[in-house]
Design a protein around this ligand. Structure first.
Ligand SMILES: NC(=O)C1=CN([C@@H]2O[C@H](COP(=O)(O)OP(=O)(O)OC[C@H]3O[C@@H](n4cnc5c(N)ncnc54)[C@H](OP(=O)(O)O)[C@@H]3O)[C@@H](O)[C@H]2O)[C@@H](O)CC1
Ligand SMILES: Nc1ncnc2c1ncn2[C@@H]1O[C@H](COP(=O)(O)OP(=O)(O)O)[C@@H](O)[C@H]1O
Ligand SMILES: [K+]
Length: 499
């Protein structure tokens, strides 16, 4: 399986390159696309009483004409409703000319019980919000609860952003071509797609690779070979050492969640750096995790000098007092070169939102340590208010813009977590589960990513692996999950990836 996510313009590029390489032409690709839609209808709904095909004016409609013709030839009772005739001379006009099913106006369409709807109104070419009779047809269909097979995308869903433009079909199955599109994985579009079937229409992998694609669906297949396992001669520090800063006496749990997760994700040693006032609370709960007092920057520097951790986690449970942000900046400057990477999470991110200018300036320094930021939606808006407020940007584009601005790896969390790095590569996570919507689960994620970085997994791959593993552990544990369960649940997932 291939994991590139093609935007509509990258898909059009792949289409052009395929046609230029020959021997297949535009109508040939459209026939294959329409055929794959008809196949899905026949396989999934062999007993359907009738199929109603809704065709738009562009090539998405063209796929619909091909599917309508093939279904009619197979003996299915087909009715075809169109918004407008396709532009003459184009591939869709050819497909319409080959289809002898009578064309009725879209206004005459009413979903019938027992019938299947094929939605071929708009796909990659959706250019403005839907309105008028199209929205009425969508509303009638969605409220009738009939199965809907959407061609390429549920009409109304942007393939680039997952945004719903005006209104959108609630599909049962979406049949897309060559590769998924970002809009299949980004919410709210993802919720409209139903099952996504990717049909091979003969666009070669080399051609997909020749487009400008830089976005992937997060899957172990493309980061697994970097997944660390301890060398035979490993010792605890060579496996990777993670330091996690703890909050004060009433807020120590978040750091411990992160620390436990780092240990389960393979860090050979994990140290919790605790304010003196919280030592007793931390000591009461830690066994294999090392505990060290750290009240000041000098204490932290002494730890870095003596213990040489590869990665620090700063943020969970720290509170949002101004000194938290100042300390984060100092860690990045004074301690430059003394650790490989810093994971800033939760309060570590929020506290920097009052020092944005200094933070972004610090990130321009050539030797600035690698930085991973793990904001949820609210934290993202606090640190990157300009990017968050730009309504023209998708979540994918926001994460990329933030990665470039902060010179950092961004894990923009949520049901459709986006991972982005400054060089433009990005991934969208697909195995998320709402079981993770439980307090403290984000702290666990920061520990996993720190552990993988400490084991020298390349940064983009480490961030992607951490996000996937976190969600997979939650899925395997199942209902009843609380954040305390996650570190132990990591064991089975990590075991499945190792060796
Ligand atoms: N690329 C490939 O490899 C392959 C692509 N294939 C298929 O082609 C599809 C893309 O085709 P496409 O580019 O013709 O776009 P499509 O979605 O049919 O819409 C364009 C038309 O709709 C109109 N329109 C847009 N929004 C509107 C609105 N809100 N309200 C009203 N009108 C609106 C728009 O008008 P305009 O924006 O120009 O004013 C234009 O007339 C793709 O999804 C896949 O199914 C396959 O055949 C296999 C290979
Ligand atoms: N509905 C959801 N579906 C999938 N993942 C979710 C959902 N809600 C939350 N998550 C994930 O759970 C984690 C929550 O992190 P965060 O909001 O920082 O929580 P906390 O601060 O309580 O630790 C993130 O990894 C996020 O992606
Ligand atoms: K469609």
């Amino acid at each position: 399986m291939a994991f590139e996510l093609l935007t509509p313009s990258e898909m059009a590029e792949a289409d052009r390159l395929t046609i230029a390489a020959g021997p297949v032409d535009g109508i040939g690709l459209m026939r294959r696309a329409g055929c794959s839609v008809a196949d899905v209808v026949l396989q999934r709904f062999p007993g359907a009483k009738a199929v109603h095909v809704l065709c738009g004016p562009g090539n998405n409609g063209g796929d619909g004409y091909v599917a309508a013709r093939l279904l009619a030839e197979s003996g299915v009772a087909v009715r075809l409703f169109a918004t407008a005739a396709p532009r003459s001379g184009g591939d869709a006009a050819l497909a319409a000319a080959e289809c002898s099913v009578k064309v009725e106006p879209l206004a005459a369409f009413a979903p019938e019980s027992g019938a299947i709807v094929v939605d071929a109104l708009y796909g990659a070419g959706l250019s403005k919000p839907l309105d008028g009779e199209v929205v009425e047809a969508i509303t009638r269909t969605n409220s009738a609860v009939v199965p809907v097979i959407s061609v390429d995308l549920p009409s109304g869903v942007s393939g680039a952003s997952g945004e719903i433009m005006g209104s959108a079909f609630q599909a049962t199955v979406t049949v897309t071509f060559a590769r998924k599109k970002p809009g299949h994985l980004l919410y709210p579009g993802r919720a409209q797609c139903g099952e996504v079937v990717v049909a091979d229409i003969g666009i070669a992998a080399a051609i997909v690779g020749a487009t400008s694609v830089r976005c992937f669906e997060n899957d172990p297949a493309w980061w697994r070979r970097h997944f660390p396992s301890p060398a035979n001669d490993a010792h605890k520090y060579s496996r990777g050492h993670v330091g996690v800063f703890s909050g004060g006496p009433s807020a120590t749990g978040a750091a411990r969640l992160s620390a436990m997760a780092a240990a389960r994700a393979g860090a050979g040693a994990v140290t919790v750096l605790s304010p003196g006032a919280a030592l007793a609370a931390n000591a009461a709960h830690l066994t294999s995790i090392i505990l060290r007092r750290s009240d000041t920057l000098q204490d932290a520097l002494a730890f870095l000098g003596a213990r040489k951790p590869e990665v620090l986690v700063y943020g969970p449970g720290l509170g949002s007092e101004p000194e938290i942000g100042r300390f984060a900046l100092e860690l990045m400057s004074v301690a430059e070169g003394r650790f490989a990477a810093l994971v800033l999470d939760a309060d570590g991110i929020t506290s920097l939102s009052h020092r944005r200018a200094a933070f972004f300036e610090a990130r321009k320094r050539p030797n600035a340590p690698a930085l991973v930021l793990t904001p949820h939606h609210g934290e993202f808006g606090r640190l990157f208010p300009g990017i968050a407020a730009d309504a023209s940007l998708s979540k994918l584009e926001r994460a990329r813009a933030a990665a470039a601005k902060a010179n950092a790896i961004i894990i923009y969390k949520g049901p459709d977590t986006v991972i982005a790095v400054p060089d433009g590569r990005a991934a969208i996570n697909a195995n998320g589960t709402s079981l993770l919507a439980t307090a403290g689960s984000g702290d666990v994620l920061s520990g996993i990513v720190a552990a993988l970085l400490a084991q020298r997994m390349p940064a983009f791959e480490a961030a992607c692996a951490a996000v996937w593993i976190h969600a997979e552990a939650a899925r395997r544990f199942g209902p009843g999950l609380i954040a305390e369960d996650l570190p132990l649940a990591l064991r089975e997932v990590v075991a499945g990836l190792s060796g």
